[in-house]
Design a protein around this ligand. Structure first.
Ligand code: FMN
Length: 498
């Protein structure tokens, strides 16, 4: 499994999960204003499990796309270390499938155990889980053991303090990294006062971070109130929903901004990331609140597209400029699409659509060996391979790290060995190095090395790559660039390496 770091849940202010509100533009805006962690809206496991992960080169996002082409979850590099995907689930196995699908694109995974709405509870999800602690344990344990990212959950309080404390202790025992506590009972409405004393008792009863929630209506109006709420609940952290929905600049330590300014910033993100116009409109209406009856509100309500919404806010120029930029990128991608060797950046990994076909590499030396030899010749650290296996079809995908940069094929292979070869090919092609493919000029590098090693009676190269300790060598100043000074090994056609 790949590990991309772990999120800290202590002393943070978070944007709480909100259906329809917590989509990409709102999450990015909350981060800009100072939120440390941003939760996605609740995404239902059955729908997410059907999604395909698609790198959207034009928008520079990763999209999880349903069979009907709807984007269920869109994320981007800017939020990768901060975004928590909240899932609605009642089934450990399905939850694991979804968690594995998204784990390399998010910072943590949260399970919703507090939603009292019928669409959630009827499937045994959301607040229905609160009366099924065995199922809670099964889901959380499965995820904690099955994914490399932190797992958390968000609950509501139970009718008695003893029940609540007993539940959170069981939850803590599953190994979750934090627990969000909305200090209201399942049947209490958002207008009811939040039970800070219960959150406090919960905070004192466990050692994992507790994220206090429920203070928007009368306690949290601006950034300074986060600290008051934290103190009142004795919690590690604070999570805010409605106050942020009404004005996401609530996260700003310098104070609230006027909603007119905030709405424009929201809209810019909505346009840049091609947010669905209905969703854009919905979120802007939440910020406008009672002002939806104003002339601006009426213009917003009658708008059908992001372009029309931009007109209402005087952002026509921004809309045109952004569309032109996206079109330029679209055209460039279209031109490159015919070229199978066109590399695409997916986060910090350079990818290409490469399949390792054994018959195309008939020689003695595999792409992995070519890469290993090149690293030795250049005095670089040996290439390091990390491989994952997906559960649906047990197929493999590898990332090779070479000189601090990562390379991967977008295609999945039937074996770990083949996946590593495909990753090595991507790296070699990006660096313009020979890979040992049929029809490619013969390289003397590997052959010479091989002969030398045979003379020394050392193990064969392929085994050496896998078995021996990686030799640590200092990286050169510009390691991923083939260096001109290193002679013919840097020639793009790779016909001569010595
Ligand atoms: C529009 C809206 C959508 C919500 N959707 C979710 C959700 O998807 N998952 C969840 O756990 N809670 C959801 N909630 C509940 C909030 O996360 C939060 O627990 C509740 O609003 C109390 O916090 P607050 O006082 O800061 O608003 C939603 C709340 C609102 C207002």
């Amino acid at each position: 499994m790949l590990t991309v770091g772990s999120l800290c849940f202590r002393n943070i202010n978070a944007l709480a999960p909100m259906v329809r509100v917590g989509t990409l533009p709102m999450r990015l805006l909350a981060l800009d204003y100072g939120a440390d962690i941003v939760y996605s809206e609740e995404l239902i496991d059955i729908k997410m499990a059907q999604c395909q992960r698609v790198v959207n080169e034009v928008l520079e996002t990763v999209d999880f796309v349903a069979p009907d082409e709807r984007v269920m979850f869109r994320t981007c590099k800017k939020e990768k270390e901060h975004v928590v995907l909240q899932m609605g689930t009642a089934d450990p196995d399905r939850a694991l499938i979804v968690a594995r699908l998204v784990e390399n694109d998010v910072a943590a995974i949260d399970i919703n155990m507090g939603c009292p709405k019928e669409y959630s509870t009827k499937g045994g999800m959301g607040a229905a889980l609160l009366s099924n602690p065995d199922q809670i344990e099964a889901i959380l344990r499965t995820l904690v053991n099955g994914v490399s990212k932190p797992v958390t959950c968000k609950i509501r309080i139970l009718p008695t303090l003893e029940e609540t404390v007993s539940l959170v202790k069981r939850i803590e025992g599953t190994g979750v990294s934090a627990i969000g506590v909305h200090g209201r009972l399942k049947d209490e409405r958002p207008r009811h006062p939040v039970h800070c004393d219960v959150i406090k008792a919960v905070s004192q009863s466990v050692s994992i971070p507790v994220i206090a929630n429920g203070g928007s209506l009368d306690l949290i109006k601006a950034h300074a109130d986060f600290e008051e709420f934290r103190k009142a609940t004795g919690a590690s952290s604070v999570m805010v929903a409605r106050a942020a929905m009404w004005n996401p600049s609530v996260f700003r330590s310098q104070g609230l901004l006027a909603v007119e300014e905030v709405m424009k910033e929201y809209l810019k993100y909505a346009v840049r990331y091609d947010n669905h116009a209905f969703n854009t409109k919905y979120c802007l209406c939440q910020i406008l609140r009672e002002k939806v009856e104003s002339p601006l509100g009426k213009q917003l309500l009658s708008a059908q597209t992001n372009e029309e919404i931009c007109e209402a806010y005087g952002l026509q120029e921004y809309y045109k400029k952004t569309q032109a930029e996206l079109q330029t990128r679209r055209d460039a991608i279209q031109t490159n699409r015919g070229d199978p060797n066109h590399p695409v950046l997916d986060g910090d990994v350079t990818t290409m659509r490469v399949k390792f076909e054994r018959r195309e590499y008939p020689g003695e030396f595999s792409p992995k060996m070519f890469l290993l030899e090149w690293s030795r010749k250049e005095n670089l650290e040996q290439p390091a391979y990390e491989t994952i296996q997906r559960s649906q079809d047990r197929a493999f995908q590898s990332i090779v790290t070479m000189a601090g940069k990562k390379y991967r094929s977008t295609l999945w292979e039937k074996s770990k060995k083949f996946a590593e070869q495909a990753a090595a090919i991507v790296c070699l092609r990006v660096l313009g190095l020979p890979e040992g493919r049929v029809g490619e000029g013969h390289s003397g590098l590997v052959g010479k090395r091989k002969r030398e090693e045979k003379r020394k009676d050392s193990p064969n190269e392929e085994d050496a790559t896998v078995g021996c300790e990686a030799r640590k060598r200092p990286l050169s100043e510009n390691p991923a660039e083939p260096r001109a000074s290193s002679g013919a090994s840097t020639l793009p056609n790779g016909s001569v390496l010595q």
